[in-house]
Design a protein around this ligand. Structure first.
Ligand code: ASN
Length: 489
């Protein structure tokens, strides 16, 4: 009897032990460090675009800053290869959540709301937000003075949250910007009367020569953190936490911060970016890189659109009713969508619903431009064919020639001549439309200009140079196609 009871007791203890072990198992696994080993060849890390001193282009056109140096130092420490992209804050958030980027290092504050969709590493920088006004402003001294005025804020940021939450209380209106440099420019030209941004970023800009001041104390908002999309890449978080500890212990962290927070004005010997010649000497390489990307996007998308558009255009005059309906629906849908919406849809929306359809900003941009131009080209083709008198098709068919033969030999040669000027026109439009793709963060010519302005505040001169560059290229291409047109005629 006793023996039996003892056996039962042992069994029971065994079960309880097993139960407790099972309960603790998940914690045991969690507590164990995730191995800091790359799980893929190259990790894409997304940054803000113009957020000095955390990330910005220096006078040599290279991206530097506290965030950039920290990521470089930490990833080098553990042999992780990274591809750094700088699309801007909200775009960096979107791209990380859509899986286009593996991690985000964008001076991003750790908040409860963000913790729902991101896994954050340990905090790396304590920060606050602060209001800026022009240095010559004397009327804004307290928050109540903002009544009826227009206040700027950057999309998706914690400052935006604060500005929106307090809008009713202080009675201002809000203007939202995609990037910091546009917002800073807007204050300079008095499009807005104040804006809210991170204190360090604002004070850095003031130290660099922005004529702004801060009428109110800063509002602490916690710390910045590196993050990944919730549930992905624990190895990146483990790497960051461990690397950050080492950088702090060795004093390297303090060196990196001090390097950028000194508030010294960045100057490159012998080059004065406030003059045209200084601007060009210092930035010609970036400007030509941007121009090259613009031309490349326009050429590729226009060539593809010519093929696709001609096909759709031919369908629109085909004998088959189904083909004609298909063509009309295609043209109506694509023409009915603004190019920017199409680009956002391809780049951000599609991969969220279908992860396999993830593409780079450049591919999404080219695809959006192609689809957009193809609808207009289809219309040009349809118009050109319809302009050839109907009698010609009828006469040729009655002579016994087939539809495709008549099309090829009689109708199209005449129609193409009619279409050429419109094609040239469409190419110029496509080239100009590439500027819209800058919203995806593609560093084409316009985006290149924005980045340069973010560094040296020379909006007038930089945008004038860029305008002239577009003008030269477009005029040259138009002249070239005029020659072509004459030859064909
Ligand atoms: N500091 C901003 C935020 O956490 C992000 C940014 O502007 N880069 O909302």
């Amino acid at each position: 009897m006793k023996e039996k009871i003892r056996k039962k007791c042992t069994l029971l203890t065994g079960f309880i032990g097993l139960f407790i072990t099972l309960l603790m198992l998940p914690n045991a696994v969690k507590a164990q460090d995730v191995a800091i080993k790359p799980q893929k060849d190259v990790y894409t890390i997304a940054f803000d675009s113009t957020y000095a001193p955390f990330e910005f282009q220096d006078v040599n056109g290279e991206y530097v800053g506290i965030d950039v140096d920290l990521i470089d130092a930490i990833t080098n420490m553990y042999g992780f290869k990274v591809n750094k992209i700088f699309p801007g804050f909200q775009a960096a958030v979107d791209q990380t959540l859509a899986g286009q980027a593996d991690g985000i290092m964008a001076g991003m504050s750790i908040t409860d709301e963000r913790k729902k969709v991101f896994d954050f590493a340990d905090p790396y920088f304590e920060t606050g937000i602060q209001m800026a006004v022009r240095a010559d402003n004397v009327s804004i001294q307290k928050l109540e003075d903002l009544k009826g005025l227009r206040v700027g804020v950057k999309n998706g940021t914690i400052a935006q949250q604060w500005i929106t939450d307090n809008q009713e209380k202080y009675g201002y209106t809000v203007k939202t910007f995609d990037d910091g440099s546009a917002m800073y420019d807007a204050l300079e030209i008095k499009d807005i009367q104040a804006f809210m941004d991170a204190s360090e970023v604002l004070n850095y800009a003031i130290a660099q020569g922005r004529d702004f001041k801060t009428p109110f104390d800063n509002i602490p908002v916690g710390s910045y953190g590196f993050a990944v999309k919730k549930g992905t890449h624990p190895e990146l978080i483990a790497m960051f936490n461990s690397g950050l500890k080492k950088l702090k212990a060795s004093g390297e962290y303090d060196r990196i911060v001090a390097k950028y927070m000194g508030g010294k004005k960045e100057v490159k010997k012998g080059v004065d970016e406030s003059t045209f010649s200084g601007l060009i000497t210092n930035n010609w390489k970036q400007l030509f890189d941007g121009l090259w990307k613009t031309i490349l996007m326009a050429l590729i998308s226009f060539s593809l659109a010519m093929v696709l558009g001609t096909l759709i255009g031919l369908l629109s005059v085909a004998p088959s009713k189904a083909a004609r309906i298909f063509s009309t629906v295609y043209v109506d849908i694509i023409r009915g969508l603004p190019l920017m919406v199409l680009a956002f849809f391809l780049f951000y929306a599609l991969p969220q619903a279908f992860p396999l359809l993830k593409m780079s900003d450049l591919v999404a941009g080219v695809l959006a431009l192609t689809l957009n131009a193809s609808a207009y080209i289809a219309e040009i083709v349809r118009g050109g064919i319809s302009a050839v008198p109907k009698g010609q098709m009828e006469a040729s068919r009655s002579l016994g020639l087939s539809y495709s033969h008549t099309m090829q030999k009689i109708i199209l040669p005449q129609a193409i001549k009619i279409m050429i000027p419109s094609f040239v026109n469409q190419f110029v439009i496509s080239l100009k439309d590439t500027t819209i793709i800058s919203v995806l963060g593609v560093i084409e010519l316009l985006q290149t200009g924005k980045i340069i302005v973010a560094r040296n505040f020379q909006s007038f001169k930089v945008y004038l140079i860029i305008g002239i560059m577009y003008l030269i290229v477009i005029t040259a291409l138009t002249k070239l196609s005029k020659v072509l047109e004459k030859k064909v005629a």
